[in-house]
Design a binder for this molecule. Structure first.
Ligand SMILES: *Cc1c(COP(=O)(O)O)cnc(C)c1O
Length: 395
């Protein structure tokens, strides 16, 4: 009999009932160190006082009114995002997937309004992830995500990850945009080198294309800058965000330049919930915490420490780990045994990591991780590695 919850997930046999900082309490009382943060969502950890206050204060005042009316919290969060980024304007969604939908629509409408109606194609990359909607799975294009769900939304051209010549060769009079994650998350924590991101910006400029960055996972302080593209010194025309911006409240956004957004006039797009008072009150609290030099310095300092210790872990356990990659507190450990076995060994030792493609486990801890938490992370990852080694020895 089908379960009451549609069984589309492979869930770990864990049920968490409480969280505080980087720690989660399981129903049986065990405490787990959370290096997954709900897949890079709990940017400020669990039950951060500033977020709890923002949410409960707003909950007592007003939850939802719809976008038929002005929403001061939405305007406040948009102003903050505009102040801190390349963007001139922001649309709020409830998820990364919805941000992807708007990014695609915005790019197509941009060229439609310029009477370049043939320009509808978006270049994307193998291993990418842009959500599970019809546009999102067509954008990613992998068989794993698309099989059985055809006909797929047309208009996406897939290029091998890192193949800049492939990008140049794929550009035709139909190309509208290039869409890319500065660091692939689901794809296995694969960073796009700064020089490649710069080259993509140049290719867009040379060919009159829009550059769409998907910072749903790598954005909001995760890499030690507010947004990952800042490391490369380039800016996109359109950027999708979600995950960290809500700190656990379902919130996403599309940020754009005035020019890129010029086609999105009244009536062209909308959302019932997107940007509601509750979500935006929380989003404001997240940005107020994260978008300060002191906070981002802290992320970089902790990231440096964690990475250095992970290099040591790899050196001590060459049969378990191959390399560490990523940026800031978005790190991937490439595994030698099956990555799911490593994640499970972590569960056995009360540390949570997240699997990704390319046999990688992801470390996406709360950005508020402490040095004590890092010490605990290393003790637990070490134990997990030893457990794997002894199982390899007996196999
Ligand atoms: C998670 C993710 C999405 C989809 O976001 P949802 O909130 O799950 O819809 C899109 N792009 C990237 C890069 C992601 O990591």
């Amino acid at each position: 009999m089908i379960p009451s919850v549609l069984p589309t997930y492979n869930r770990a046999p864990l049920t968490f009932v409480k969280g505080e900082g980087a720690w989660l309490t399981e129903a049986d009382g065990r405490r787990f160190l959370d290096l997954g943060a709900g897949i890079a969502v709990n940017a400020l950890g669990h039950a951060h006082p500033a977020l709890v206050n923002a949410l409960t204060e707003q909950a007592h005042a007003l939850w939802h009114v719809s976008n038929l009316y002005h929403i001061p919290q939405q305007k406040m969060l948009a102003d903050k995002l505009v102040e801190h980024t390349f963007a001139d304007t922001v649309f709020f969604t409830n998820s990364g997937t919805e941000s992807c939908e708007l990014a695609v629509k915005m790019a197509r409408k941009f060229f439609y309004d310029k009477s370049q109606t043939e320009r509808v194609e978006i270049i994307t990359f193998d291993g990418s992830f842009h959500g599970r909607s019809s546009a999102g799975i067509a954008a990613a294009g992998s068989e794993k995500m698309t099989k059985g769900f055809g006909p797929l939304l047309p208009g996406f051209v897939h290029i091998a990850f890192g193949d800049l010549d492939g990008v140049t060769n794929a550009i035709t009079e139909k190309t509208a945009a290039i869409m890319i994650e500065p660091i692939q998350g689901e794809g296995g924590v694969r960073p796009v080198p700064d020089r490649e991101l710069k080259a993509l910006r140049q290719i867009c400029d040379d060919n009159g294309l829009l550059l769409i960055l998907d910072e749903v996972q790598c954005g909001v302080g995760r890499t030690g800058k507010l947004f990952a593209h800042e490391w490369a010194g380039v800016t996109p025309d359109i950027m999708m965000i979600a995950k960290g911006i809500g700190g656990g409240f379902p919130l996403g956004a599309v940020l754009a330049t005035e020019d890129a957004a010029s086609g999105m006039t009244a009536g062209t797009h909308g959302s019932t919930y997107g940007g509601n008072p509750l979500g935006c009150a929380v989003g404001c609290a997240v940005i107020d915490q994260v978008a300060t030099p002191a906070f981002l310095d802290g992320v970089n300092r902790k990231a440096g420490l964690l990475r250095q210790k992970l290099e040591g872990l790899i050196a001590d356990h060459p049969d378990v780990f191959e390399e560490v990659r990523g940026s800031g507190l978005m790190l991937g450990l490439k595994c030698k045994p099956n990555n799911l076995d490593v994640v499970n060994a972590g569960y056995d030792n009360e540390v949570i990591t997240v699997p990704a493609a390319d046999n990688v486990i992801r470390l996406l801890p709360p950005l508020t991780l402490t040095e004590d938490d890092i010490a605990q992370a290393m003790i637990r990852l070490e134990k997990a590695a030893k457990q794997i080694e002894s199982s390899l020895a007996t196999a």
